[in-house]
Every structure is written in structure tokens, then in C-alpha cells.
Design a protein around this ligand. Sequence first.
Ligand code: HEC
Length: 614
Amino acid sequence: MTRSVSVVLGLVLALGGCSIADEQPEEQLAPSGQAVRAEALYAENCASCHDEQVAGAPSREALEGMTPAAITAALTTGVMREQGNALDRVDRFILAEYLGDGAAEADVAVDYCADRLQFAGAPLWNRWGVDKRNSRFQTEQSAGLSASDIPELELAWAFGFPGAQRARSQPAVTREAIFTGSQSGRVYALDTETGCAWWTYEAGAEVRNAPVIAEASNGRPETLYFGDVDGRVHAVDTLTGEEKWTRSIKDHPDGTITGSISLHDGILFVPMSSTEVISAYADDYECCTFRGGVTALNAKNGEHLWRWYTTGKPTNAGKSSKGVDILAPSGAPVWSTPTIDVERGLLYVGTGENYSSPANDKSDAIVALDLKSGRERWITQTIAGDSWNAACGRDPRANCPEEDGPDFDFGAPPILTTLASGKDILLAGQKSGEIFGLDPDDDGQILWRRRVGMGGFNGGIHWGMASDGQTLWVGIADTPGNRFAEGPPRPGIHAFEAATGKPLWSRIEPPTCPEVSYACMTALSAPPTAIRGAIFAGAHNGRLLAYSDKDGAVLWKQETNRAFETVNGVEAKGGTIDSAGVVVAGGMVIVNSGYDKFGEIPGNVLLVYRVKKD
Ligand code: HEC
């Protein structure tokens, strides 16, 4: 490619004037030169994925909704750093300025609260799964809401995340504050009544996961923990937002933290995932070397305690059709928050697919690790031989492994629950559309297994399920496009007897319009949340629903795919609800809406519903 001098000039001026610009008068800039250059860069380096939405790449339109700063961040420190590295700084700049809408809002955009934050009690919703066992079943007391209140719920306030195209950090909640991360990397502590900010914290990279709160000996919140996409764990004072420590757990250039951190007995368990699945798309990339796993850190100071990997060290496993080395085993990321079994001293982890061939025995598995040492106790692999990366697709590229799928991760953590009989069981759900009951007292033996949905890249079961020990509630996405899908799509909510997997009821929701579009899909990819009497779930089309736990009858429905007025004055709209589930706490129903991957509907809003006060 040749670069015209005028274009270099224009961008250097914009970069703030380094020396090469000085000799050239500004008028020589061809106004469209930069655009032509940017289009060419986009066509050569970005279009193959972003126009086709390979591996969930946001659409070009979604990229155009981002600010130049956010695009630059993605290309330098974010999920696109591998792709950004292939370009020089100038080209990255041209692209970001051209694609981004330029209307960068003030980064913080909040009204700070007048007082200082004080806590009257323990957290009401903590952790991704509300408890260490990941039940996603909220107690009546912490919910502050019963099923009969649900029809009276209305929007209390909305908060807009500036410059964001998605909102996927499921909040942690106390009576006083809602703690949530954001795409820009800012973490907010928002007042539950008014949405004013008690404090904000800059993580430096997107925070996608649900924060976890450590309590002091008096039960009051003390430290907030979360991970960012650049692989750093942050420990922050819950009262002030001041940093206590940060530590990177990254041991691979593409390493990232997507799943939420779990916490027990002073130890943080950090799930390790990566974007190498995307890097593999390039034919000259030596695929692959990322090893999924869990890192344990001392919660006090971030000291490294142990690390467990889903694969051994990758070694040469042949050559791709383009003659580039293949390295294996690799992949098997951990997307979800680990589940803690206090009684047995175990940590349960769901794993994803391998990236290169041959696949190993720890992908698509539920694995039990010793909490203290990280040593493996047992592995239950439900699908063997799953190897997949972004090079697979309609037109597979050189790095697509022989297995070519099915990409049926456990994106959802297993739920540990106690049955009416007093026996414990592990309930697991997979992107394949299958659910499982495993025996924690018999090395994870499969007690029952059942197909619920046809399966798909967004699940089957994608991010989670909910259970009270009697019933297992399963949201099914079943979006089309995975050639391993089995049977008809069954998007909606389904209930099963936890002890046996026996079906109790299903509520399948047909798409809301005839064409195949995420704006119409009723897919439940985000995890459901249960309280006594009701299940809350959010759909791809932006609908927020509450179902009766008896039969799936719809108790309440809200449209979040629309514009909202926000307490912080940021222009905001909802879109797809994905990845993060609904939080019910202190009489509030809280949800993040907007998700820009896989062709879903972008958005940037946090919504808080309460029972009408007359
Ligand atoms: C190999 C496929 C591929 C190529 C090539 C690629 N992208 Fe991406 N891109 C993706 C995927 C997949 C995601 C979503 C990743 C995620 O969120 O985990 C993404 C996300 C992004 C995002 C959003 C990041 C964020 O934090 O939300 C931006 C911005 C972006 N890409 C820009 C670019 C630009 C500019 C180029 C060209 C220089 C490019 N990408 C090339 C696959 C690709």
C-alpha cells in the first residue's frame, strides 16, 4: 500500500504535531484523502471480520457508534490489540478517527452525591451468582420484593454509560449503592435512590464482569474486586473507590478476564479467557498458545497463590494448509465465575473449547479443583474433541482445526445446590443445549442429562441458569448458525426438577418478527434470576420479562430496546440484554441493556425498576 503524503500530514496534525508535519502547509490536505486511506485500511484489515461479524465481531455500524478514543483503546490495549499491532500508530489513529463518531462525551459524566457513602449493612446482591454456589436464587429478604409486587414495578431511573455500545457488568448491590463496571473502564458506585455517583474508579480497560464485595468482620462491605479485559485484577475501597492494589494475571498477549471473580476465605479465584480465538483468524498466525484456567490470588494484597491450566504446554502439532506451525493443545478458556463448595473444599469450573487440534480432555468440561492448592480432583468432560476458532466458518481459513467445532463451551458456571433429600447436586448447562446433574460425592458422575434446546454459538445455555434446589430454571437462546445444532430452536424459559432433570414446563417464545434479526430474537442468552414465585430474564430483542415460576406465565414485560432519559444526562438507549443477568435487591430490579457483539443491538444503559410509590 502507498500512503499519500497529504494523508500522513493530516493525521499528524491531528495527532498533535510531530515533526514530519511541519514542512507541509495545512491546505495541501485533500479533504477526502484520509477517508480514502481509512476505507482502504478498514477493507484490508478489518472488514473480513467486522462486515461478516466473524466470531461475534461488532458490525461496522456498531463500530461507528464508538468514540475514536474507545476504538483506539481497543486497538492498543483492548481486545483488538493483536489486530491493532499489525498497524502503525498513525494508521490506528486514522482508522479510529474515521470510524468513530467523534462526539466523545465527557469520560466521567456523572453527578457526584453530596454526602459520603456509608453502609448500614451487608450486601444485598453480591457475586455473579448471588451466593458462592451460583444459585442465582435471591432470598425474599434481600430481594425486598415478592412475586405479587412485580406487576407494580416501574422504571425509577436510568443511567447512561458515556461512549459505550454495551453494558454487561452485572452490578453488586447494597442498600446504598449499585456497583457496576463499564466498557470505557470506569467503575461506578451509584446511589440506589437517585443514581448520583458516590465515587468512580478508572480501571484503564473495559470491566465486563460482576464485581464481588468482600465484607469486613462486621459484615459491612470493605473491598470491591473485579477484573478488566487487559487481565488486571483490581481491589478497590468500597467506601471511597480508592485503589488498594492491582495485579495482572495475564500470561499471554491475548489473555483477558471476562468471567467474574469468586471469593472465599481470603482467596480470589480469577477465571482466565482470551481473544486468541480471534487472532487465529489470520492465516499467518501460529495457532495457538493460550491456556485457559484459574488463577488464585491473596485477596489482601494480590499475591499469587496458584494457577491451574486447562491445557498442558502447547508444542508443535504440525503445519496448517498455509505451512504455518500449529501449536497444541491450546484454548479451553474459562468464561464463567468459579463455583465454591465450602463443605468439600472444592472449586468447580466450566471450560470452553480448544483452539487448535488435537483437542484435549479438559475442554467442554466441569472440573473440580482443590480450593487451597488448585490441584485437580476430577474432570467430567461432556463433549470430547471440540476445537474451534474464528478461522472456522462458512469459508474456513488455514487455522480452522480439523474438528471445526462444535464450540459448545460451558459458558455458565455449574450451580451447587441441596435437594429436598439433603443430597447435594451440581447442575450444569452447556452451549450444546444440554443440561446435566452431576454428583459432587462421586467425582462428578453424570446422574442425568437432558437436551433442552438445539444449541448454538450463543447457547443453548449460554451464561447461566437458576435454581432453588427443587427446580432448575433454564434460559435457552438457540440462535441459528451452528451446524451441530440438533432439533428445532426452543428459545425461552424452561423448568426442570433439579433431582432428576424431569421437565416441568416450557415457555417458548417465537421471534417477534418474521426476518432473522437479533432485534426480533427472543433468545435468552443472559442468565435468568429467580426469586420465590418468579423468574426474571432479558432477551436479545431487549425485552425484560418476569415469568411465573409455576408455569412460565408472563407476569411483567418491559421494552428496553429504546431511548431513555438518564439521571446523568448522557444520551442512552437500551438494546440486547446479554451476558449479564437481572439483579433483584432491596426492592429494585436492575438490569444492564445493550450488547454489540454477534449482530445484537448496541446500547449503554443501566435500568433500575421499583414498585410504584403513590
Ligand atoms: C480476526 C477478526 C477481526 C479482525 C481482523 C478485526 N476485528 Fe475487531 N473485533 C473482532 C471481534 C471478534 C471483536 C469482539 C471481541 C470481543 O468483544 O471479545 C472485535 C471487536 C472490535 C472492537 C470493539 C472493541 C471493544 O472493546 O468493544 C473494535 C473497536 C474493533 N474490533 C476494531 C477493529 C478494527 C479497527 C480492525 C481493523 C484494524 C479490526 N477490529 C479487525 C474481530 C476482528
